[in-house]
Ligand binder design. Structure first.
Ligand SMILES: Cc1cc2nc3c(=O)[nH]c(=O)nc-3n(C[C@H](O)[C@H](O)[C@H](O)COP(=O)(O)OP(=O)(O)OC[C@H]3O[C@@H](n4cnc5c(N)ncnc54)[C@H](O)[C@@H]3O)c2cc1C
Length: 441
């Protein structure tokens, strides 16, 4: 059977079908070896691959560029790296039609050059694909003002596990009646079908952008300044608080000393409004105890700061010795949550990374697994802390904890059955993404 699968794929795709030579190992993440790693060129290739998998009863996993091979032994790994065309940028309707393998950052840059904007910013800011962002339903530090990825998905084309092609949505904003099938698929992580085309809503690029950086000696002062911004109804595009481990790369060459805690505010709008607001934020930082403040006026300096930010996040995401826990508590509880976290994990300054997405009210703590003597105890403590503040947890460590005990806040026990039966309706033979449980177990 193994030979037959490989033969059929080779007959279908010729040299494009690559049967895991060493040189292709970089496209696979995990220890289980699939029979073939395939780079389809179009929807029809994906349909044929799915039909081969169905006929030969082998599993399939898909990735924007690299493919996670968990549960994929002797299955088919599909990388969408070659389906990376921007099919259309419709300026009149502010809609783009793209293939899922389009690199997120390159897409944003192409749009910016044409005066257009797609705000979502994935954690893996340099290497994420559009399909990966859609399939994960990513949310980021700009989501408070601009909305998460799903806000920008107007429709898609998807190959179902039986080989049928589903097309939903249209270029118009009002395009759903009844069940919202478009946004239902957001976050399904490839378990319902393989996305082969996406219709994306665009915005006009803001005319001006400015960044204000504030260096603080402790997170208490930094949090007070953030609260002052909120009480003054100042909601910037991004508002992040970072510890010194993260701040170093962003402020070297800007501040003489690396901030212990850095607040980054990103202002978008028109020239006069961004100028006025950046001055106001700088004076709030000054009154609030910032020891160094910088307003980036020059677009190149702005770009350099945020490109460093993207590169830092990408680095963290690609280092497998680190794990993340996301603590969602809301804007008003951030300081309390940081204090509680410090009591559990020790000096937050020493964490490989602490990112507070202040507008979203969440804290992303990166922990090096080797530094934790009793990881279960730590996770349980963090979970109890977030629950006591009316919040919840996620991220890779949050997910791990869910495997051990159900997260009361999210009613996972009740939801698990519903999620499983929906998945079975789409994929009754359990072909797609064998390593993805969706329910944390
Ligand atoms: C559970 C989880 C939640 C995450 N949440 C966030 C978040 O909120 N914010 C954030 O910035 N980052 C988040 N990330 C990180 C996120 O994966 C990356 O930031 C990035 O967007 C992924 O892009 P990628 O191209 O590398 O996708 P990949 O890692 O290749 O794929 C990601 C997921 O999407 C599926 N997928 C990829 N392409 C397709 C396709 N064409 N059709 C169907 N399914 C496809 C894959 O099977 C996989 O499940 C999350 C990651 C995980 C695992």
């Amino acid at each position: 059977m193994k030979k037959q699968v490989v033969k059929e794929i080779q007959a279908l795709m010729g040299n494009q079908s690559i049967v895991i030579p060493e040189s292709m190992a970089g496209y696979l993440k995990g220890n289980e070896a699939p029979l073939a790693l395939v780079f389809p060129e179009n929807t029809s290739d994906v349909v044929k691959l799915i039909k081969i998998a169905d006929k030969c009863a082998v599993k399939v996993a898909v990735g924007g560029n690299t493919v996670v091979t968990k549960g994929l032994k002797d299955g088919i790994a599909i990388s969408m790296a070659r389906m990376s065309r921007i099919i259309e940028i419709d300026h009149e309707n502010l809609v783009a039609t793209v293939e899922p393998g389009v690199n997120h950052k390159e897409f944003q840059e192409k749009l910016a050059a044409e005066g257009l904007y797609f705000p979502p910013e994935p954690f893996k800011g340099l290497t994420s694909s559009i399909g990966g962002c859609f399939a994960n339903g990513i949310l980021d530090s700009r989501s408070f003002n601009y909305g998460p990825t799903r806000t920008y998905i107007l429709g898609f084309e998807m190959v179902l596990p039986n080989g049928e092609v589903l097309n939903v949505g249209s270029k118009t904003i009002k395009n759903v009646a009844g069940y919202d099938m478009i946004h239902f698929v957001v976050g399904s992580r490839g378990t319902l079908g393989i996305i082969t085309k996406v219709l994306i809503k665009l915005l006009p690029l803001p005319a001006a952008q400015k960044t204000v950086l504030g260096s603080f000696l402790n997170y208490t002062d930094a949090c007070k300044c953030i609260s002052t911004l909120f009480s003054r109804r100042i909601y910037t595009a991004r508002l992040n608080l970072l510890n010194s481990a993260m701040a170093h790369d962003i402020t070297s060459g800007i501040f003489t000393e690396t901030p212990k805690y850095l607040v980054m505010a990103d202002i978008e709008g028109f020239k006069p409004s961004t100028k006025h607001l950046s001055q106001e934020i700088a004076s709030i930082f000054k009154l609030g105890g910032a020891i160094d403040i910088m307003v980036a006026e020059d677009p190149d300096q702005n770009d350099a700061i945020w490109n460093n930010w993207l590169a830092l996040k990408e680095k963290l995401n690609s280092d497998s010795s680190f794990s993340t826990i996301d603590i969602m508590v809301g804007q008003s509880k951030l300081h309390e949550a940081l204090k509680g976290l410090e009591a559990i994990v020790g000096n937050l300054d020493l964490s490989p990374s602490l990112i507070v997405h202040a507008l979203n009210g969440n804290i992303l703590l990166v922990l090096s697994e080797s530094s934790l003597s009793d990881i279960d105890e730590t996770l349980l403590g963090i979970s109890k802390l977030s629950t006591s503040l009316g919040g919840s947890i996620s991220g890779s460590l949050g997910q791990r904890l869910r495997c051990q005990s159900s997260n009361e806040n999210e009613m996972w026990e009740d939801m698990a059955g519903i999620i499983t039966s929906i998945r079975n309706q789409f994929d009754p033979k359990g072909t797609l993404i064998p390593g993805e449980s969706l329910i944390g177990r």
